[in-house]
Design a binder for this molecule. Structure first.
Ligand SMILES: CC(C)(COP(=O)(O)OP(=O)(O)OC[C@H]1O[C@@H](n2cnc3c(N)ncnc32)[C@H](O)[C@@H]1OP(=O)(O)O)[C@@H](O)C(=O)NCCC(=O)NCCS
Length: 196
């Protein structure tokens, strides 16, 4: 029995083709976003993540900042990555340092592949990084962010980081506040955020 009796032979295959195309696009879109949104994990970086991480750096920073970000990936410290089922989509670089006898931590770089932004990837990295640094013994965890980088400031704000000015930091570190600035690589135009 013909389910589309009103469609004559040349139109029936075309109708079915269009129906098939729309159904596939719909299913791909819906399934794709489900996979990306809900299935990612945070883990320490492995040596074979390098190319993926460098690509994320290239897509996320200017050449100048990217140069330092890439170097930082290979310097001392821990790199956490976020991955979906198939690929690495973001990273955070963590460092530990001492002022007097106390150990502190810093989330030095965070970047997410542009296709995977606004899905909570950076938030998951900052949360996991802060937890990891505190488990390592950090008394507080810091970050230094360009004051105009509202996206990054929001990510850290939502994870409980608060802005600390020079006087707040001086109360904490006295004259060694400069040792602190050096340790977190404070750059011009950046503000210091702290998670206590
Ligand atoms: C900043 C960055 C890391 C954010 O990554 P992300 O995975 O998209 O961030 P999240 O999805 O966890 O965002 C959490 C919250 O931060 C805020 N936010 C994130 N990106 C934002 C944007 N572009 N504009 C405004 N608010 C933003 C939102 O409040 C968001 O919550 P919501 O999506 O529920 O509204 C990403 O945009 C990036 O890689 N930027 C380039 C590199 C960079 O600037 N790194 C930071 C300096 S080291």
């Amino acid at each position: 029995m013909d389910s589309h009796p009103h469609l004559q032979p040349p139109f029936k295959p075309i109708f079915l083709l269009i129906l098939y195309a729309f159904t596939s696009i719909f299913i791909t879109t819906i399934m794709g976003s489900v996979i990306v949104d809900s299935k990612f994990t945070v883990r320490p970086a492995k040596p074979n993540d390098r190319l993926n991480l460098e690509q994320i750096v290239d897509l996320s920073f200017s050449r100048f900042l990217g140069y330092f970000a890439k170097h930082s990936l290979h310097d001392e410290g821990q790199v956490l990555v976020t991955e979906t089922e198939t690929t690495v989509v973001g990273f955070a670089k963590l460092i530990e340092f001492y002022v007097y006898e106390d150990m502190f931590g810093c989330v030095l770089w965070v970047a997410v592949h542009p296709k995977f932004r606004r899905k909570g990837v950076a938030s998951a990295l900052v949360e996991a990084g802060t937890k990891w640094l505190k488990q390592e013994g950090a008394k507080s965890v810091f970050a230094s962010i360009q004051r105009r980088n509202t996206a990054s400031l929001s990510v850290f704000d939502k994870q409980g980081f608060r802005r600390r000015g020079f006087l707040d930091l001086y109360r904490l570190f006295s004259w060694r506040v400069f040792v602190f600035y050096w340790a977190i690589w404070l750059a011009p135009g950046e503000v210091v955020l702290m998670h206590s």
